[in-house]
Design a protein around this ligand. Sequence first.
Ligand code: T3D
Length: 269
Amino acid sequence: MDRASAREPAGYTTIRTETAQGVMTITLDRPDALNAFDRAMKEELLAALKLAGRDRSVRVVVLTGAGRAFNAGQDLKERQTPGAADLSAELRQRYNPIILAMRALEKPIIAAVNGVAAGAGCSLALACDLIIASPEARFIQAFARVGLVPDTGSTWFLPRLLGHARAAEMTLLAEPMDAATAERLGLVNRVVPQERLMEEVRSLAERLARSAPLSLALTKRALVRAMDSSIASQLDYEAQLQAIAGASGDHAEGIAAFVEKREPRFTGE
Ligand code: T3D
């Protein structure tokens, strides 16, 4: 596993990436605009996710925001001329590929939500596999406030995570949901004090990075697929994936470690 830190490809202007202990941390970095998505950030985030997929030393991805926000959604200052942008094309060409890349990435993604997550920024957090939030986090389906429809996956994630009634309330009223409520309703995994957020997320990420990568990859694949499939088809899919996992070196190592009463050393083979 890679032990070097701060391998940052040159050329990013709106995000920062750092890889250490098998964990790539991607920091959305336009704090003066609450890390709102401009065009460059969408392209750079997608590039970083693709790199995380290709780099075998990366086992877990952490997504967070610089400054006091996680992400405030689309940069509205890029949208000041009504009708100038083709929003449908923008979603198809720039936002949707990010969400699809996150779901297809066979490595866990943890959102460290350090502040407000609004609009597409809220969708971005929801597309992560685990969400750890600080008490300062707020989740806002801000779309209706600017006369838009929830996008970037929010209408898909929210009913599944919260049920129809709460998803409707959150999107139609566009009111902020605080961190404690998000935790109570199961939208986030847990809330930890702001000063300990990154430490807690790093410890969780490093723990996952020590797990068997194929096991995590196939588990994520099964969970992603489960959102769309019947119980019968999912049972069959689990059996297919188990054939792959069961033939792996990491499975053999897990059994050996159990029998020898020691910690397993997973290599991804
Ligand atoms: O267009 C398409 O491509 C379609 C896709 C759309 C996807 C979307 O995400 S639509 C939804 C877009 N986002 C929003 O509607 C949220 C807008 N922001 C807010 O409502 C508030 O800023 C927050 C509730 C997020 C936070 O409020 P607060 O009071 O903590 O901060 P603030 O004072 O409003 O913002 C601080 C600065 O960030 C401020 O800049 P300034 O005045 O200091 O120079 C503000 O303009 C800037 N900022 C915040 N959000 C955005 C932004 N700048 C550009 N775009 C933003 N989304």
